[in-house]
Design a binder for this molecule. Structure first.
Ligand code: NDP
Length: 295
């Protein structure tokens, strides 16, 4: 007997994409410019190729132009940096995205930080993350998945201010920035990670739980305070002989247990996943408007 409201990320993301499409045409009409995203992909990981294809398709659907530079796995760091510099000065490009992970022989830190902070739609440049961490400073961009988590909460009418929030996971791309964002929204935030003692006990104190771990079903029902809101970022493939592909996707939260205890929960798939791309589109549009001083 589930009590939790299901937070429908798919439909919220669709709504956001519709809003973006309207705004993209307003920008076109007013300025005669089209927001543009440039994607740099290095190597031939099939998952990365799929992500890039999906991002480009999503751009097209809202009227944002996209272009891709696809470099071979054995490219040099200089070649990637050259592509970044070219997009940094290209006036038709408002957002630059480096598809991660980069090949092992490359210095990811150096390449990510080479992206102009004005076009850093992934929000991974350390200047943007640094500003996110500091009081009274405004990052130009906030990373897409963390921003998507907050957007799911606010669009579902869930108040963040004053709440106890626990983030499970502390990666640079999800856990840490989402914790910083929750704090900016005036939650009281704890971070649980692989060295935390009694993670269940700490997580049970939370009014809002955000799980970004990469371990299927780690967060069990007894980690959740009755009535808490649960945002599950995890995307994990688990074997499933009954499915055609031989596997299915599950989150970091044991959904069957948590949905009986939480007041609201995101499903996997169909929760945070669709929000990530919607936030990339939103960041690209916002960038085009900012670069052209358009409100
Ligand atoms: P990382 O592997 O980079 O980070 C995982 C974090 O979880 C680390 O901080 C790690 O702690 C912590 N952790 C690992 N095991 C445990 C444990 N047993 N107990 C508590 N904490 C633990 O993963 P990401 O942040 O990149 O991704 C997390 C999940 O989110 C993945 O399933 C990924 O697929 C998904 N994801 C989904 C996206 C979406 O669009 N919906 C986008 C990005 C990611 P420590 O720091 O101590 O090692």
């Amino acid at each position: 007997e589930p009590v939790a409201i299901v937070i429908d990320g798919k439909s919220i993301a669709k709504q956001i994409r519709n809003e973006i499409a309207v705004e993209v045409s307003r920008v076109k009409d007013a300025l005669g410019i089209v927001p543009g995203l440039a994607v740099i992909l290095v190597g031939s990981r099939p998952d990365s190729q799929t992500y890039v294809r999906n991002k480009k398709k999503a751009c097209e659907a809202v009227g944002i132009t996209s272009q891709e530079v696809h470099l071979p796995e054995d490219s040099s760091e200089e070649e990637v940096l050259t592509a970044v510099s070219r997009f940094n000065v290209d006036p038709t490009v408002h957002g630059i995205l480096i598809q991660l992970p980069l090949p092992k022989h490359m210095n990811e830190e150096k390449i990510v930080n080479a992206v102009s902070i004005e076009k850093d739609v992934d929000g991974f440049n350390e200047l943007n993350i640094g500003r996110l961490a500091m009081q009274g400073r405004a990052p130009l961009f906030v990373p897409c998945t963390p921003k998507g988590c907050i957007e799911l909460l606010t669009r579902s009418g869930i108040k963040i201010e004053g709440k106890r929030a626990v983030v499970v996971g502390r990666s640079n791309i999800v856990g840490t920035p989402v914790a910083l964002l929750l704090q900016r929204h005036n939650a009281t935030v704890s971070i649980v990670h692989s060295r935390t003692n009694n993670p269940a006990e700490i997580t049970r104190e939370a009014d809002i739980v955000i799980a970004a771990v990469g371990v299927a079903n780690l967060v069990r029902g007894n980690w959740i305070k009755p009535g808490a809101v649960v945002i599950d970022v995890g995307i994990n493939a688990v074997d499933d002989p009954t499915s055609q592909r031989g596997y299915r996707l599950v989150g970091d939260v044991c959904y069957e247990e948590a949905c009986k205890i939480a007041s609201a929960i995101t499903p996997v798939p169909g929760g945070v996943g669709p929000m990530t791309i919607a936030m990339l589109l939103s960041n690209t549009l916002a960038s085009a408007k900012r670069l052209h001083n358009f409100q």
